[in-house]
Structures are given as C-alpha cells and as structure tokens.
Design a protein around this ligand. Structure first.
Ligand SMILES: Cc1cc2nc3c(=O)[nH]c(=O)nc-3n(C[C@H](O)[C@H](O)[C@H](O)COP(=O)(O)O)c2cc1C
Length: 264
C-alpha cells in the first residue's frame, strides 16, 4: 500500500515537471525574441511636437511594420487630386518624410552623406535633394513652412506663414496644392551631384534620385490610407520666390498629402 503511494507520488511529480517544462520553453523563447517594433497608429496622435533647444522639432519615430503588403500598395497606387479637409497627424507626416529621405544607416562620414544612407538610393550617395513641408492642417504642428532634417529625424521651422495658396498660384492654380493639409516641396542642390558627375549628374542622376524618393512617398501614403500627386508643372522662378529658396536650390516636385476622395 505504502509502495503504491510512493509511485503515485513520483508519477505526479513527473507530470508536474513535464507541465513546467512545457510552459517554460515557449516563455524562454518569447523572452529571447527581439523587441517588437511599435506599429504606428497615426490618426490618434494629436500630441504637439517637442521643440528642441536648436529650435527644430523632433518628429515621431517611424514604424518599420505595416499590415499592407508592398504589392497591394503598388496595385492601388494612383495620383490623387481631390483632398478632404481632414487633418493628417504629425505621426503620418513623420512616416512619409522617413519614407522619402529618412536615414536607415547612420554614418557620420563622409560629410556629403549628411547623416547616413537613406531610404531612397542616390547616385554616389550624394543626396542632392531637400524636402520642405508646407503645413496647413497637421495635428500638433503650427501652419507654416518647415524643412525636413534627416539627421535626428527633425523639422526645422523656416517661415511662420501658410504658403499653400501662394504656391498654388505659381503652379498654374492646381487646386490640390492649397486644399491638401500638407504639401511636400522637393528641391535639389545640383552641385552636390555635379561636383562628382558633371553634366551627367545634372541631366540624369538628380532627377533619377528624385524619382526614387517620390515613389517612396507615393507608396507610403497609399499604405497609410492617404493620397498624393507628383506635380512637376509650375513656374520655377515663382516657386523660388514664394518659398524664398537660396540661389543654389532648384524646385523639382510638389507633392500634396492628405485624405482623398477618388477623383477619376
Ligand atoms: C514628372 C511628372 C510630372 C507630373 N506633373 C503633374 C502635374 O503637374 N499635375 C498633375 O495633376 N499630375 C502630374 N503628374 C502625375 C501624372 O499625371 C500621373 O502620374 C499620370 O497621369 C498617371 O497616373 P497615376 O499616377 O495615377 O498612375 C506628374 C507625373 C510625373 C511623373
């Protein structure tokens, strides 16, 4: 009778050990798994952006995950020209700017990298582009003109004025420019590229770089449920005047960003 109790006890202990082991293994695996990256829930972010000591604004960290496949995004990408009045969140803007020209590999040298390798390829990694943002209706950001600074993923305030209407006027009054809550303006400093590649840089590489970055914007806005349209038709001198660009900066693309209603 006593022997039987002992073997039962042993069996019970064995079962307990097995149960503990079964629960331990997956827990250990989960503990060792790399930290899951945060997925952006853009529309809920109304928090004001933090202004840093150098007066730039710190943009929200971008997300590196999405529930939409790149194939689905390409399938549905269209140029959108009719935007609703809804604001976009600063997190959405942050995500779009990261897709356009965000740093994906930090490198302090050489200086022409301006912070490191980016989301879009660039001939000789010369990165001739700059991106300005005309903010009209972005949660947590005052209306005005800002410049995207890839280093540290920041926005630098440039002019404290809503310039969308003025930009629309010098872009043959394409209404989407003044209606969209945010408008990207791509500029290029050609010399960054021509200093290495000469005329080939001017005639080919700078605009090839632009195409890569702008397509990233198209795909990123599509996956966020937003729309854009690449606009190349505008009066160059007019744009330079409105945005107060320096002599060396050439405007290349205007890209409105916002929620849209299907136009065609
Ligand atoms: C270099 C370039 C310049 C463009 N300029 C304008 C423009 O000034 N205004 C506009 O409404 N669309 C412009 N577009 C958008 C094209 O009209 C659009 O891509 C084309 O109709 C194909 O439509 P999809 O983008 O929906 O596929 C431009 C596109 C490119 C590539």
């Amino acid at each position: 009778m006593k022997k039987l109790q002992f073997s039962e006890l042993m069996n019970l202990l064995l079962v307990l050990v097995i149960i503990i082991l079964i629960y331990q293994i997956p827990n250990k695996a989960t503990n060792n798994a790399p930290e899951k990256k945060q997925v952006v829930k853009a529309p809920s972010s109304k928090k004001k952006l933090t202004q840093l000591a150098d007066t730039t604004f710190q943009l929200a960290s971008p997300s590196y995950e999405s529930s939409v496949s790149v194939e689905t995004t390409m399938l549905h990408r269209r140029s959108q020209r009719d935007y609703t009045l809804d604001a976009i969140s600063n997190q959405q803007l942050s995500q779009v700017l990261w897709a356009a020209y965000g740093i994906t590999e930090i490198m302090d040298e050489p200086a022409f990298l301006r912070g490191g390798l980016k989301t879009a390829p660039s001939a000789g990694a010369r990165y001739p582009l700059d991106i300005y943002v005309l903010v009209g209706n972005v949660d947590g950001l005052k209306k005005g003109l800002y410049k995207f600074i890839p280093q540290g993923h920041r926005l630098k305030p440039v002019l404290n004025k809503d310039l969308r209407e003025a930009l629309c006027d010098v872009a043959f009054e394409q209404p989407m420019i003044q209606e969209a809550p945010a408008v990207l303006l791509y500029t290029a400093v050609f010399e960054r590229c021509t200093s290495k590649y000469g005329e080939r840089g001017r005639e080919r590489y700078v605009c090839m770089d632009l195409g890569h970055s702008a397509e990233n914007v198209y795909l990123q806005v599509q996956s966020l449920g937003l729309g854009t349209c690449a606009i190349g038709a505008f009066d160059d001198e007019g744009v330079k005047k409105v945005i107060q660009l320096s002599e060396e900066e050439e405007p290349l693309y205007i890209m409105p960003i916002g929620y849209y209603t299907e136009s065609e």
